[in-house]
Design a protein around this ligand. Structure first.
Ligand code: NDP
Ligand code: BG6
Length: 516
């Protein structure tokens, strides 16, 4: 049967009850970090696409705030260029853009300066008058994590955070990484709760807004044939890759304080681990799903000694090379990166989950910048045959690959007989592709999450305890890798799959990374 959009009436398990569109109330979105990469590549294009889809209220505006100096008109021109380049829908619809651009404002200033927030308040009041946004505010922290506490404190001191009881709502969307380690995440959670109410806080991990990530739940718990074999009896190991062709773009300042463990592992990759490894929730509601995810995080072994980290973690940093036929500089040649920097841009690590389902099944994770291609996937490697009837090495173990991006889909690798008189097995693949089956392009993760935040739906945002549990795992690794006892990251040439030591991590267990 062909796909019909009405089928979407099936409630989203991660967002129960959200069947019909509920239009957001009038609102002004304040993007802190508006001159940065995230605002250009994702946030403003996502807001524009929400306007294209008629999801935004008529009374709507955006104020950009960052250190760089722009006038309102310069900001509009810059955002138009960003939308032209990064929008999912092309070309720009001139009528929709004209209305969207009329609601764009810019207010420059350092977050350390209280005057920045006085000016912002004035700008917001002007926007309320011009666009009837009624004092409703969504503050989006698209800034380096070190600025989150300052932003919260300054907003509070400037009287820009209304209590939840106020008729005009205040919501705060906080980007990842939420803190730098467990202690700072806890301190940030405390500060968040001193400045606002938990109901006003949206800790974002945009991987949860991706269709393919949400589909992990439907695939696992909406089919009866996979769950019985989804465990240590049948699974040999699990491999998760989150690879990017991109380098750090213009984000040297941010990246130098983050590195790959904070940028990708603590959040996106651990979310993939959770959804792959969790037990069936007792119900498909937000808290039941989060409760199961937290159990996975708690069951992941934490490395308590430097030796454990050394044995299980490999760090890398890219040097100059060629990606997709283009020469690119090494990490240390990038803007705002210190010469001699030891910030890792690649990590490979092996985790064990001490639970009845997974004990003894290693989870190998790798993530990196400037790899040969963009590829995020979860690969479940099933156990080899106990005995082969077709000759040693003639059959390969089954592998189920969930492609998160690109070429979103699911493939199952199995053996089939090559036609002919002999019993010659060959590995073939059954492949489901979102694009072919469902046709239309899915909205970007940021569109979905921004719309949820505008509607006040917190379901796809991470809970306080979830963030802290993830930090416990990554924090222990960071304590060692940043202590000076750990060797500097291995170099790898841009356009390769990371340092050889990453291959070694698998090879020592008699395994190898998938060739993507
Ligand atoms: P960038 O370094 O590109 O941008 C940082 C922004 O913050 C700039 O606009 C910068 O202003 C502003 N800023 C920093 N410090 C101050 C300050 N003291 N006063 C005023 N402005 C300041 O970072 P990204 O946009 O890449 O990342 C921002 C956040 O978003 C991070 O937490 C990151 O983890 C998260 N994120 C990023 C993604 C991405 O694809 N880029 C995806 C998912 C999450 P100026 O340059 O004008 O000085
Ligand atoms: C962000 C990281 O959280 O995720 C970036 O800060 C990274 O460094 C990005 O490029 C990857 O997101 P996606 O959706 O392109 O996989």
């Amino acid at each position: 049967m062909p796909y019909r959009p009405e089928d979407d009436e099936i409630p989203n398990p991660l967002r129960p009850g959200l069947r019909a569109e509920s239009a957001p109330e009038p609102c002004a979105v304040v993007v802190f970090g508006a001159s940065g990469d995230l605002a250009h590549r994702k946030l403003i294009p996502a807001l524009y696409n929400l306007a294209v889809g008629a999801h935004l209220p008529a009374a709507f505006g955006v104020v950009g705030v960052a250190k760089s100096e722009y006038s309102d008109d310069q900001f509009r021109a810059d955002m138009r260029e960003a939308v032209g380049k990064f929008s999912r829908t092309k070309p720009i619809d001139e009528d929709i853009w004209a209305d969207f651009a009329a609601g764009l404002r810019y207010s420059p200033g350092s977050f350390d300066d209280p005057q920045t927030f006085v000016r912002l308040k004035g700008k917001l009041e002007e926007l309320d008058r011009a666009r009837a946004t009624r004092g409703n505010r969504l503050f989006y922290f698209a800034t380096p994590p070190s600025t989150f506490p300052t932003l919260l404190t300054q907003l509070k001191s400037a009287g820009l955070i209304n209590p939840p009881s106020d008729p005009a709502f205040t919501r705060v969307v906080i980007e990842k990484p939420f803190g730098r380690d467990l202690a700072s995440a806890r301190a940030l959670n405390r500060l968040v709760l001193e400045t606002c109410d938990e109901r006003q806080v949206f800790r974002i991990d945009h991987y949860l807004g991706k269709e393919t990530v949400q589909n992990l739940l439907v695939f696992r718990f909406g089919n009866s044939i996979f769950e019985p074999i989804w465990n240590r009896k049948y699974v040999d190991h699990v491999e998760i890759t989150a690879g990017e062709e991109l380098g750090i773009e213009s984000r040297g300042r941010y990246y130098e304080e983050a590195g790959i463990l904070r940028d990708m592992i603590q959040n996106h990759v651990l979310q993939l681990v959770c959804l792959t490894a969790m037990e069936p929730p007792v119900a498909f509601d937000a808290d039941a799903v989060r409760d199961e995810k937290i159990k996975v995080l708690r069951a992941i072994e934490t490395f308590d000694t430097p030796e454990e980290v050394m044995r299980n973690v490999v760090l890398g940093q890219y040097t100059a090379g060629s990606v997709a036929g283009t020469d690119v500089p090494g990490y240390q040649e990038e803007k705002d990166v210190a010469k001699g920097s030891r910030t890792p841009t690649f990590v490979a690590l092996k985790l064990n989950i001490h639970s009845w389902r997974w004990d003894g099944v290693p989870f190998y994770l790798r993530s990196g910048k400037r790899l040969p291609k963009r590829a995020t996937e979860v690969a479940i490697h099933f156990s080899p045959l106990p005995h082969s009837l077709f000759g040693d090495g003639r059959t390969q173990p089954n592998v189920l690959v969930i492609r998160v991006q690109p070429e979103e889909g699911i493939a199952l690798r199995f053996s089939a007989k090559v036609p002919g008189e002999r019993y010659r097995p060959r590995t073939v693949s059954m492949d489901f592709r979102y694009g072919t089956t469902f046709g239309s392009a899915s909205p970007e993760a940021y569109e979905r999450l921004l719309l949820d935040a505008l509607r006040g739906d917190q379901t796809l945002f991470t809970r306080k305890d979830e963030v802290e549990a993830a930090w416990k795992i990554v924090g222990n690794i960071l304590k060692v890798t940043e202590s000076g006892e750990f060797p500097p990251p291995y170099s790898y040439e841009a356009g390769t799959w990371g340092p050889q030591a990453a291959d070694q991590l698998m090879a020592q267990d008699g395994r190898a990374w998938r060739r993507l």
